[in-house]
Design a protein around this ligand. Structure first.
Ligand code: FE
Length: 344
């Protein structure tokens, strides 16, 4: 269901001017329309703060990413959408493929955001990151010889792995990164090896995997860091569950741990294009980065900024510096590999 939310009761209707070197578009009228698949209270704070700073009113439509992309496509040239905010490079790639994003050339964004976390032509920008890590049943101790994603395919872990379905974008993106690093053949061998080690047919979401490992139903799984941080910073029962799982940041001696982004792109034909760019630039400020990342227990994309103490508690790690755009490019190949490997 779509909800239209107005943020920033104090919003004034001042004309906007961009910091990006692009002048205001002719249609810019003191507001910006954001289509977002995020739904965190901290995001509301960001919209209000932006409105107070700039006088630009923020209108927001919330829905799932695929629904938002479809909506923008069907609205066509009459779409009021200025900015699409969503998670995962795979979804940003879907938006790109749907032809609804327009390149942005902003000195601020180029300077603040690492090159590997944004689209090479400026179609979208990663604003925070999450890592996809291995977890294990702590009651059985840290498994010997499990340091990499590749190790998950080792026959010694037969019957040990619980994982979610291959239709889930996080697994598609993880496999896409393996395709990018090692090629299609090696990626397929890996997928086959992991399938052979399944404890049960793929099911549930990342939260279900954490609960299954904590309950000793499976020894190993693969999950995103922000789910772990939710348990680590949760109520007593959740913290107790967190204590029952161990965390391994894979590939520390090779490519680094797979990371993905929450990000945003300016929509083609955006009626308030300059305001959308200004909002994107605002999101890379130190304080906005903190709120944006904290809203979902993620890591700020801007270098030198720390995550919350709960997130930091998961451990320090070296992140894969693969161009996140390549994760998008390999989505189709990854889906085909999962199909052939029988990872349902
Ligand atoms: Fe998620």
């Amino acid at each position: 269901m779509l909800r239209f939310l107005l943020a920033g009761a104090l919003a004034l209707s001042l004309a906007a001017c961009s910091q990006s070197g692009e002048g205001p578009s002719p249609g810019d009228n003191g507001e910006v329309n954001i289509y977002s698949s995020r739904h965190y209270d901290t995001d509301l704070r960001l919209y209000e703060d932006f409105s107070e700073q700039t006088g630009i009113k923020v209108n927001r439509i919330e829905a799932g990413a695929d629904a938002l992309i479809e909506k923008i496509v069907s609205e066509g040239e009459f779409s009021p959408a200025d900015l699409l905010v969503t998670v995962d490079a795979g979804r940003l790639w879907r938006a790109e493929e749907a032809g609804i994003l327009d390149p942005v050339d902003s000195e601020v964004l180029a300077k603040r955001l690492p090159a590997n976390l944004r689209h090479p032509d400026g179609l979208w920008f990663g604003l925070s990151t999450r890592a996809r890590v291995i977890i294990y049943d702590a009651s059985q101790g840290r498994p010997e010889g499990l340091e990499t994603y590749a190790d998950l395919a080792d026959p010694k872990f037969r019957g040990d792995i619980c994982v979610r379905s291959s239709s889930n974008i996080y697994n598609i993106s993880l496999l896409s990164s393996i395709v990018a690093h090692k090629g299609e053949g090696a990626a397929e061998q890996w997928a086959q090896g992991v399938v052979a080690n399944f404890a049960r047919a793929p099911q549930g979401n990342d939260t279900s995997q954490i609960e299954a490992v904590a309950a000793g139903e499976c020894r190993l799984s693969i999950v995103n860091t922000y789910y772990l941080a939710r348990y680590a910073g949760g109520d007593e029962a959740e913290r107790a569950m967190f204590d029952k799982v161990g965390v391994i940041f894979p590939n520390q001696d090779s490519t680094g741990t797979h990371v993905n982004v929450s990000g945003a792109g300016v929509v083609k034909g955006a009626p308030n294009r300059a305001n959308a760019i200004r909002f994107l630039e605002y999101l890379t400020s130190d304080s906005a980065q903190r709120y944006f990342a904290d809203g979902n227990n993620e890591y700020p994309a801007v270098a030198g900024l720390e995550a919350t103490s709960t997130v930091e508690r998961l451990g320090e790690f070296r992140a894969d510096e693969l161009d996140v755009a390549q994760i998008g490019e390999n989505q189709r190949t990854a889906v085909e590999i999962f199909d052939r490997a029988g990872w349902n």
